[in-house]
Design a protein around this ligand. Structure first.
Ligand code: A2P
Length: 340
């Protein structure tokens, strides 16, 4: 076994995803030699946890990327656009969690369990991490697509506030406490109140009436599965849950797949755990299963009453872990494996 270690940079190390990247690198014993925790000038000098160590946060703007082997970026699209090419030019492989490069033809978009071979195809030295809602959906749907061909996906998402970052989690906490204490509260991060409410808008509106978050599900599904014929019809909803996205997915396959066949495929699928007991509590929820856990959980597997080749699934995963940080680290592991 190779004992080579790597110099790793985490950009956005003080954020919700960055913090999870650091803990997952430590948990999975990624072969780190040196780890640089980077964020904005605002938090330079603060400390973040990496396993039992404390790392001093450095200012990205003044950091020299020379010598970095792998850089995990999760500090927003504009930071990635400016700094990811600089890290790549200095020799790092960049794994970028923002949407800055996801739709570029020369940047692979990789779900570790679905299209790991694409990791090698990175002429710009940049690999993109998919959006959290696409990520968990495709871990579950890829084996079904391979077996029966998916023609159409209708999906409604129920997305937790952690997907919008640390300030969004603070807003849900603050608003909830204020309301329970009959105190005034104003929305800031979200367009309307999120506590005890839900919001059918994530990201900005597009000309076609869908939101950008919804269109990410369309664009990314086609790119990752390598099939532009797949039709995707999404509605993305923000819900007052801290961690874990859920999705009600209604599929139409080319060849009929029974619920039993789908269950068997899912039970054998990497990264998937089936929880489908058809009794109270016998299904996955963000709180009982997903939060803090690695698998993509699938339940409520059933044949669609209204369509001869329709299948319904309920898919739940931790959006910060599998939806972002865990997949980025898995991709880094694939990069390292190919080098050893
Ligand atoms: P900082 O804490 O210094 O603002 P989240 O999505 O959870 O809000 O986290 C966003 C992450 O991106 C944080 O670590 C934040 O650092 C970082 N970030 C935001 N803007 C910049 C920037 N201009 N340069 C470097 N890091 C940034």
């Amino acid at each position: 076994m190779s004992s080579k270690t790597y110099t790793v940079a985490v950009v956005g190390a003080t954020g919700a995803v960055g913090e999870a990247m650091l803990s997952i690198l430590a948990e999975r014993k990624f072969p780190v030699g040196t780890l640089h925790a980077l964020a904005s000038e605002r938090s330079a000098g603060e400390k973040v946890a990496f396993g039992s160590q404390k790392l001093v946060v450095q200012d990205l703007a003044t950091f020299d990327p020379a010598g970095v082997d792998i850089a995990l970026f999760s500090a927003g699209g504009s930071v990635s656009k400016e700094y990811a090419p600089r890290f790549a030019a200095a020799g790092a492989v960049v794994i970028d969690n923002s949407s800055a490069f996801r739709y570029d033809d020369d940047v692979p978009l990789v779900v570790a369990e679905v299209n790991p071979e694409q990791v090698a195809n990175r002429p710009r030295g940049i690999i993109a991490n998919p959006n959290c809602s696409t990520m968990q959906m495709l871990v579950a749907l890829a084996p079904i697509h391979r077996a029966a061909g998916i023609e159409r996906i209708n999906v409604a998402t129920y997305q937790s506030v952690s997907g919008a970052g640390r300030t969004a989690m603070e807003e849900l906490g603050r608003q909830t406490a204020a309301m329970l204490n009959f105190q005034p509260h104003e929305p800031a991060k979200f367009p309307v109140q999120i506590a005890f409410n839900l919001i059918p808008q994530i990201d900005e509106f597009m000309d076609n009436g869908y939101t950008r978050e919804e269109m990410k599900l369309v664009w990314e599904t086609r790119k990752i599965l390598g099939d532009d014929a797949i039709q995707v019809n999404p509605t993305a909803v923000r819900v007052p849950v801290f961690f874990g996205h859920s999705e009600a997915v209604h599929l139409e396959t080319r060849r009929k797949l029974t619920a039993g066949e789908a269950r068997e495929l899912l039970e054998a699928a990497p990264g998937v755990e089936v929880v489908d007991e058809r009794e109270p509590g016998g299904y996955p929820t963000p709180v009982t299963h997903a939060a803090g856990a690695d698998p993509v959980y699938v339940g409520r597997i059933r044949e669609d009453l209204s369509h001869p080749r329709g299948l319904d699934l309920w898919i739940v995963a931790d959006n910060i872990r599998k939806g972002a940080a865990l997949n980025a680290v898995q991709v880094a592991e694939l990069v390292v494996k190919a080098r050893s």
